[in-house]
Structures are given as structure tokens and as C-alpha cells.
Design a protein around this ligand. Structure first.
Ligand SMILES: Cc1cc2nc3c(=O)[nH]c(=O)nc-3n(C[C@H](O)[C@H](O)[C@H](O)COP(=O)(O)OP(=O)(O)OC[C@H]3O[C@@H](n4cnc5c(N)ncnc54)[C@H](O)[C@@H]3O)c2cc1C
Length: 474
């Protein structure tokens, strides 16, 4: 039975309940607006269900297995067994707690939740299809809309995701058995994080990358440390090779690659994980019906209030472009909601951090030395190698460094590149320093707990001023 088309109205309609959408919805409701949030799948979006959270749960579990195996030098002798089903069920519990929490928070803040797939009918109306056969649909009229429909993995020719042999990151995070061997196509952050996870769990991992290095976009010395550690975990890298196709071979598959000279190589494995990037979900929304423009890659251009070319339609998160990161989505959701409510809010992209949860982790924020120079600063740089950090030694984890970039004449902190255990946490201090307009002197004069990794941030600031104690000044 079709349950007719019921029309309702709302001040703010949010499409997609990922970190961009649920933050926009909750904040708008806190500001006394009538808010409706439409989600076609599960609350929390990619981040909570198939991205940040499940991948980090796997990063933790795989590191425990790996560290236990590697504890000989500390007098720990262990040979842990990996029970993939158990690991997955623990990860699912973590995910369920968070997605349930998002739903509860939305309800507690008075957000109207609607399950279904939204599509624009015009600039002030969407149609929501409620899932399966006979579930019906409804129309919702809105004063303002926030598009937060996220992104999906990019498919490459000849590698259609089938969840069995050819995996997306989402499939890889749902595996019930540990593959004996895995080819990872793409050495970006998702490929490197998941490649590291599987290598630590005991899978034989080969990474194939079209470019000539891992982690494009990161400085060479940053990427090199992570790649070397990955190699020491047994990951076999093949750079300058493009994946061309695959075919079944016995129980597994053979992946074919080709380099720039046309030389073909073949790699046998149980499965292949394709992690070559993500593309915005803007093609299934009928944005044209609302008059919202997209660029040639499908992203929705926005201003510093997250507004699209249609003034009362906002776009936040992955649909609004790089960096495609959850904290950027949340910030944009916040700004959109506040702007709709008439609050003074704007986006400041200056200090959006980025983290890669490899081993060691990478944390970056603000400008590199080269970028600072390009922007007309006279950069000074201070470095603290982790081998000089007492805490890093007690963690048996000394590959890496903290590098601070500042403006020479004023001393203002401009950026940091950190390769270290917990770099994802350490980088927050530098983000705050940039946001607060702190100088090198401020950071160097702040008393840090001993022994901690965060002391390295203080030492790098002192090093940039020529008075570090625990490392030689340059
Ligand atoms: C493996 C992996 C690891 C990651 N790790 C990190 C990390 O460590 N840190 C980090 O910052 N980022 C990470 N990311 C990126 C992060 O997940 C995204 O940047 C973030 O989820 C974007 O949020 P969003 O709200 O824009 O979209 P999404 O989280 O993608 O949410 C969009 C939501 O919209 C819904 N939707 C889509 N179309 C419709 C429609 N027509 N009607 C109704 N609902 C719709 C979808 O079902 C989805 O729930 C990772 C991503 C992956 C894949």
C-alpha cells in the first residue's frame, strides 16, 4: 500500500546525518529553530559507521596485537591470536554506542528525525522516499536547507566493488575473517591506515600506488618515516604503477598493474582494497531543481558562511570540498546553523588540523615552511627529534619529530608537522596556538608536564628561538 504524499514544513531541513548534518541540526535546534533531519541510512554518516570510528577501533586493536608481539625487548613474551569476529563485534559495539548517542542527542534537542532519501523538488521543497516498497513518501517545505550528504569511495575502471574480492574501505571494515594477503590500491591516508592495520594483524600487504610516493600532499620527510615503518611491518610498496584490472586465481585473485613505460606486473592476493579517494554525493539529490550549482568534480562551492549560490541553501562537510574530514564537516555544520539563526558566524580554514593514524601518526596544522614563504612570511622553523624525548624512549617509539613553523619577525606560530605516537592529539596544542595568535615564546614558556610527548612541542618552539635545552640549536 502506498501511504500518500504528506506535506509538512520546517524552518531548517538538514539532509544527511553525518558529522556535518547532525551538528548543524542540533545547533540549529539549540538556537530555537524548528529542525528536520533526513537520513537514508544510519545516524552518524560515514564517520561513525564506515570511516573514522571503525577504522580507529581497528587501529587500536591491531596495535595491541602488534605491540604484544613486539614486546620482547621489554621482557614481554606473547603470541596473540587475532579473532576477527571478536574484533569486529567490539568495533560494532563502539559504533552502536555512538550512533545511538547521535540519535538520542538529536531527539533530546527537539530535532524531528525523518528516515528516507531526500531529493529536491524545488528551491523550497524536498521529497523524501521512505525506503522500501509501499513505504510511501512525503514532501517537506523549508525556509533553509543544509546539504550534508557526504561522499562515497571513488571506483576505478575494472575494479567494481563486490565486497568479496574487490573491497571498498567500508567492506574492509566489515570483514569477518582476516585475509591472508591483500593488495591495497592507493597510498593515500585511507590506504596507508588500513594497510597498516592489516599488516599488524598478520595479513601480507602489498600497496600499489600510481604516484611515486606514499601520502601525497605531505612533505617528503613526513611521508618517509611512515613509509619506512610500514615497510618494517612487511608492507611491500610499488610506486609508479597503475592498477589495470584483476582476475580470479585459485581461491584468490591476481591484480595487474602497469607503469609509465608500459611494463606490466602481477600481484597475487586473497583480496584487493581500492582506496583511491572519495567523491561527493551530489548526483542523487536533484540539486538542479533547487538551482544549486556544483563544480566540475561535483562539489558544491560555498562561501565562508557555508552558503551555496542559492542564499538559503547551505552545504557542509564532504559535499562542500576539501579537506574531506569529519572535524571540518562539524565546524561547517555549526557555522551554517548559527548563520541561519542570525548569529555572527564564519569559517576560518586557517587552522584545520589533519591527522593520519598510521604508525607513527601524522598530525599537521596550518602552514608548512614552503607555504609560509609563498604567503610572504619570513618563516623560522624549530624541530625536536623524538629520539631526544624521554617519553618517546619509554614508549619505545622514537621515529619522528615535532616541527613548528613561525613567522620570524613577529614570532607568531603558523603551523606544525608532527610525526609521532599520538601526533593526532599533539597537533591540537598547535591549532590552539595558531587560533589564539600565540608566539614561539608563549609556547616555549608554557610549562609542560614531564615526561610527555607534548614537551617536544615546547622544545621545538625553543629550538626555533635558538635556546632549546634537550636538542642542539641550529
Ligand atoms: C575509512 C575512512 C576513515 C576516515 N577517517 C577519518 C578520520 O580519522 N578523521 C576525519 O576527520 N575524517 C575521517 N574520514 C572522513 C570522514 O568520514 C568524512 O569527512 C565525514 O564523514 C564527512 O561528514 P559529512 O557529514 O560531510 O558526510 P557523511 O559522514 O558521509 O554523512 C552523509 C550522510 O548523508 C546521508 N545521505 C546521503 N544522501 C542522502 C539523501 N539523499 N537523503 C538522506 N540522506 C542522505 C548518508 O547516508 C550519510 O549518513 C574517514 C573516512 C573513511 C572512509
Amino acid at each position: 500500500m502506498v501511504v500518500g504524499d504528506i506535506a509538512t514544513g520546517t524552518d531548517v531541513l538538514v539532509i544527511g546525518a553525518g558529522p556535518g548534518g547532525y551538528v548543524a541540526a542540533i545547533r540549529a535546534a539549540q538556537l530555537d529553530l524548528d529542525v528536520t533531519l533526513v537520513e537514508k541510512e544510519t545516524y552518524g554518516g560515514t564517520c561513525l559507521n564506515h570511516g573514522c570510528i571503525p577504522s580507529k577501533a581497528f587501529v587500536t586493536a591491531s596495535s595491541i596485537a602488534h605491540d604484544a608481539r613486539e614486546g620482547e625487548a621489554m621482557g614481554i613474551h606473547a603470541d596473540p591470536a587475532v579473532d576477527m569476529k571478536g574484533m569486529r563485534s567490539w568495533k560494532d559495539d563502539v559504533v552502536d554506542q555512538l550512533t545511538g548517542g547521535v540519535e538520542k542527542l538529536c531527539k533530546a534537542n527537539g530535532v524531528n528525525l525523518v528516515e528516507g532519501r531526500a531529493e529536491f523538488a524545488d528551491a523550497n521543497k524536498v521529497r523524501v522516499a521512505h525506503g522500501g516498497e509501499g513505504q510511501g513518501s512525503e514532501s517537506i517545505e523549508f525556509e533553509h536547507a543544509v546539504v550534508s550528504t557526504g561522499s562515497r569511495p571513488v571506483q576505478i575502471p575494472n575494479f567494481e566493488f563486490d565486497g568479496e574480492h574487490v573491497l571498498s574501505s567500508r567492506d574492509a571494515l566489515a570483514l569477518e575473517t582476516l585475509p591472508e594477503s591483500l593488495v591495497v590500491v592507493g597510498a593515500g591516508y585511507i590506504g596507508m591506515e588500513l594497510g597498516t592495520v592489516f599488516a599488524k594483524l598478520g595479513t601480507d600487504v602489498t600497496v600499489v600506488e600510481m604516484l611515486d610516493g606514499a601520502l601525497p600532499g605531505y612533505e617528503d620527510d613526513v611521508a618517509r618515516i611512515v613509509r619506512k615503518r610500514a615497510e618494517s611491518l612487511g608492507i611491500d610498496f610499488h610506486f609508479g604503477e597503475a592498477a589495470q584490472g584483476w582476475e580470479p586465481a585459485g581461491e584468490g585473485i591476481t591484480v595487474r598493474t602497469e607503469d609509465a613505460d608500459g611494463e606490466v606486473s602481477e600481484f597475487g592476493a586473497e583480496k584487493v582494497l581500492v582506496a583511491v579517494g572519495r567523491t561527493p554525493v551530489t548526483d542523487t539529490l536533484d540539486l538542479e531543481a533547487a538551482g544549486v550549482e556544483t563544480d566540475e568534480r561535483g562539489f558544491v562551492p560555498t562561501d565562508d558562511r557555508a552558503r551555496t549560490n542559492v542564499e538559503h541553501v547551505y552545504a557542509v562537510g564532504d559535499v562542500a570540498g576539501e579537506p574531506m574530514l569529519a572535524h571540518k564537516a562539524m565546524k561547517e555544520g555549526h557555522v551554517a546553523a548559527e548563520h541561519i539563526a542570525g548569529e555572527p558566524a564564519a569559517l576560518d580554514h586557517q587552522s584545520i588540523p589533519a591527522a593520519v593514524f598510521t604508525d607513527p601518526e601524522i598530525g599537521t596544522v596550518g602552514l608548512t615552511e614552503a607555504e609560509a614563504e609563498e604567503e610572504g612570511f619570513e618563516p623560522v622553523v624549530g624541530t625536536m627529534p623524538l629520539r631526544a624525548s624521554g617519553r618517546a624512549l619509554t614508549l619505545d617509539d622514537t621515529d619522528g619529530f615535532v616541527r613548528l613553523v613561525a613567522d620570524g619577525p613577529s614570532g607568531f606560530v603558523l603551523g606544525a608537522q608532527i610525526v609521532a605516537p599520538e601526533a593526532s592529539e599533539l597537533v591540537a596544542e598547535v591549532g590552539l596556538a595558531i587560533e589564539m595568535g600565540a608566539t614561539l615564546e608563549d609556547v616555549a614558556a608554557t610549562v609542560h608536564t614531564h615526561p610527555t610527548l607534548s614537551e617536544a612541542v615546547m622544545e621545538a618552539a625553543a629550538n626555533a628561538q635558538g635556546h632549546a635545552i634537550h636538542t642542539l640549536n641550529r
